[in-house]
Design a protein around this ligand. Structure first.
Ligand SMILES: Cc1cc2nc3c(=O)[nH]c(=O)nc-3n(C[C@H](O)[C@H](O)[C@H](O)COP(=O)(O)OP(=O)(O)OC[C@H]3O[C@@H](n4cnc5c(N)ncnc54)[C@H](O)[C@@H]3O)c2cc1C
Length: 266
C-alpha cells in the first residue's frame, strides 16, 4: 500500500470540502473493496476521506411510498431493518445474502452502488425497484446510473448520500451465488411496482440490465409460467472461470422464475 493522507470529517459538508481539496482523493466507506485494491496497489489515492463519522448518511427512513436508505448504512443494518423487512422484504433478503457476516457488517449501500461491480447484488435491487440514487448535488434514476463495468454516472467530487426505493406491490430476489464470495453468478430482481413490472439481472453481463420481454410477459400474467420460452441474448453476456456465457444465459430464466415464485410468497 502506498502512503496517503487520512481525513475523518464529521459532516457531509466537510466531506464534500475535503474531497474537493485534493484531486486524487477517494471516499472510504466500508473499505471492503477499496482497501483491498490499495493493498494490491491497484488504487493509490493521495487522500482518503473516511465517511465513517458522517452519521447523517446512516439509517433507513420511510418517506411516503418510498424507503430512503442512507449511503453509509451497512448491508447488515439493511437486512435487520424492520422498515425494510416490512415494506420491501426482497431488499432485506438481498442484503442478508451479500458476502459473509464480516462483509455485511462493514460494507455499505453507497460503497456497493458507487463501485458497480458487475456481480454485485444491489444494482439489481436498484434497477429492479426503479430506485433513485441521491447525491449532494442531484437525483439520478437507477436506469441511468449504472453505465458499464465499474462505471457509474457519478462525477468527480460527487458523494452518494442515499438511495430512495419505491415500495413495490411485491418483489423477489434470487441469485445463483459464487460459492466462495457469494457474489452473483446470476441474480434476478423482479418487482411489480406502481408503474409496471421490472426485471433486473446482475452478474450475467458487464452491467445490470433489464429484460423487456420478461417484463411484458409478467405484466400480462404475474406467474413463473409466463416466463416460459423467454431467453436472453448470449452474445452480450460474460464468460469467465466461474461460468460460461452460455451457462449464464441458461441461468437467467431459471433464476427469474424462482424470483417470481418468491415474490408470490411460494
Ligand atoms: C469477500 C467479499 C465478498 C463479497 N461478496 C459480495 C456479494 O456477495 N454481493 C455483493 O453485492 N457484494 C459483495 N462484496 C462487496 C461488498 O459487499 C461491498 O459492498 C463493497 O466492497 C463496497 O462497499 P464498501 O462500503 O466496502 O465500499 P469501499 O470499499 O469503502 O468503497 C468502494 C468504492 O466506492 C466509493 N464510495 C464509497 N462510498 C461512496 C459514496 N457514499 N459516494 C460515492 N462513492 C463512494 C469509494 O471511493 C470506492 O471507490 C463482497 C466483498 C468481499 C470483500
Amino acid at each position: 500500500m502506498y502512503a496517503f493522507n487520512y481525513h475523518k470529517p464529521a459532516s457531509l459538508a466537510d466531506a464534500v470540502a475535503k474531497l474537493a481539496a485534493a484531486p486524487d482523493a477517494k471516499l472510504l466507506a466500508g473499505g471492503q473493496t477499496l482497501v483491498a485494491a490499495m493493498k494490491l496497489r491497484l488504487a493509490a489515492p493521495s487522500d482518503l476521506v473516511d465517511l465513517g463519522a458522517v452519521n447523517e448518511l446512516r439509517g433507513v427512513k420511510v418517506d411516503g411510498n418510498s424507503l430512503v436508505v442512507g449511503a453509509m448504512t451497512t448491508h447488515a443494518a439493511v437486512a435487520a431493518s424492520t422498515d425494510v423487512r416490512g415494506k420491501i422484504p426482497a431488499l432485506a433478503h438481498l442484503a442478508e445474502g451479500i458476502g459473509d457476516r464480516m462483509v455485511r457488517n462493514a460494507g455499505t449501500l453507497g460503497g456497493s452502488v458507487a463501485n458497480n461491480d458487475p456481480a454485485a447484488d444491489y444494482p439489481a435491487g436498484l434497477v429492479g425497484l426503479g430506485a433513485t440514487v441521491i447525491t449532494q448535488k442531484r437525483r439520478i434514476a437507477a436506469d441511468d446510473f449504472f453505465r458499464g463495468m465499474y462505471e457509474t454516472a457519478l462525477e468527480p467530487g460527487e458523494i452518494i448520500t442515499g438511495v430512495s426505493f419505491p415500495i413495490p406491490k411485491r418483489a423477489g430476489y434470487v441469485k445463483f451465488p459464487n460459492p466462495a464470495s457469494r457474489y452473483a453468478i446470476v441474480g434476478v430482481f423482479v418487482a411489480e411496482t406502481g408503474s409496471g413490472v421490472r426485471v433486473a439481472v446482475t452478474g450475467a453481463g458487464p452491467v445490470v440490465f433489464r429484460v423487456p420481454a420478461m417484463e411484458k410477459a409478467l405484466s400480462a400474467s404475474f406467474s413463473a409460467d409466463a416466463l416460459k420460452g423467454i431467453a436472453v441474448d448470449v452474445s452480450s453476456l460474460n464468460g469467465d472461470m466461474h461460468a460460461s456465457a452460455e451457462y449464464r444465459a441458461h441461468l437467467v430464466p431459471v433464476i427469474a422464475k424462482r424470483a417470481v415464485e418468491q415474490a408470490l410468497g411460494r
